[in-house]
Design a protein around this ligand. Sequence first.
Ligand SMILES: NC(=O)c1ccc[n+]([C@@H]2O[C@H](COP(=O)([O-])OP(=O)(O)OC[C@H]3O[C@@H](n4cnc5c(N)ncnc54)[C@H](OP(=O)(O)O)[C@@H]3O)[C@@H](O)[C@H]2O)c1
Length: 340
Amino acid sequence: MRLLVIGGTSFVGRAIVTEALGRGHDVTTFNRGLTGKDVDGVEPLRGDRSTDEGLEALAGRSFDAVADPSGLVPAHVLRTARALADSAPFYAYVSTTAVYQKWDTAPVDESAATWPGVADEDGDAADYAKYPAHKRGSELAVEQVYGADAALIARAGSIVGPHDNLGQLPWWLTRIAAGGRVVAPGDPGRGLQLIDVRDVAAFVLDQAETRTGGTHNVVPDGTNTTMGELVDSCVGATGSGATPVWMDEGFLFSQGVQPWGELPLWIPNVPDTAGFWAVSGASAKAAGLRTRPVAESVRDTWEWLRSGGEVRTTPGAPPLGLATEKEQQVLAAWDTRPAG
Ligand SMILES: NC(=O)c1ccc[n+]([C@@H]2O[C@H](COP(=O)([O-])OP(=O)(O)OC[C@H]3O[C@@H](n4cnc5c(N)ncnc54)[C@H](OP(=O)(O)O)[C@@H]3O)[C@@H](O)[C@H]2O)c1
């Protein structure tokens, strides 16, 4: 295939590029040249999809498929799809399960209600409050131009793996590598649904190669690991000998520890998070999604960090992880908590 990847230098896009090159495809990337470096072996094109003139480098080019993991603003995606409609017969868009109104509070499949999106809405890619509606609008933009049969909408869940640009698993690995007693949240048996970025990439390419349109939640079908396995895998991968100290959620709340932000990937087991790790992956599985063991993602993410990999979050992203001083306070409070 002659594949065009919009972006291709960061996390999901980089994984698609790497997998596509490994499969022998000719890969062209399109980006501004601001984020990361192009993967060796691609033909890099420079441009900015936020203006019509910015897409000039795509004029006169043709491709067998487009992979767009980076679109965050509907109008930018619409512009890109329109520019490519006559020169590339298939468009794969990486979206998110956050397009569902109830994705965190109730189990959802692809028929669940989504946030309203507007295909030509313009806006700021960094406006996180608009993220769900913008991703939905971007999906509509792709379908408006390509139709459902020539468009893949890949709604990814929580992604892990090398080149992570959110930093959740890297935070755990880095903290655990530092050793000592580590605050570990809630029930170690709590199930999680994590997808490796390379499995997302393989799925997108499988569908693009066969030009199979459709909308799928790209998540494991059911929980595929537990918080305990994740933490233990980090201990094993880093070889640090760190000791997880499992603390019940009520205690962590009493200490003001924030789920997700301070202890990444910790979602408290309370009724209004009942959907968080319960998104249906049945349709992607039926369409061929394969998922690797989470321990492999942990090991390879640690290898990436050890070889100099750095998490490059977007400017303005909130800080991640429990501060050392606060962790020490929480451990001390745990040790001296009243019996019973
Ligand atoms: N991480 C997760 O857990 C998760 C979960 C669900 C869904 N997702 C989805 O996965 C996607 C993330 O993919 P990703 O990490 O590969 O990409 P990304 O970090 O969102 O996008 C970055 C890529 O797009 C390029 N880019 C940004 N603005 C551009 C512009 N105006 N014109 C041209 N190129 C532009 C960047 O290069 P330049 O800056 O050099 O232009 C870079 O190559 C997100 O859209 C998100 O919705 C992620």
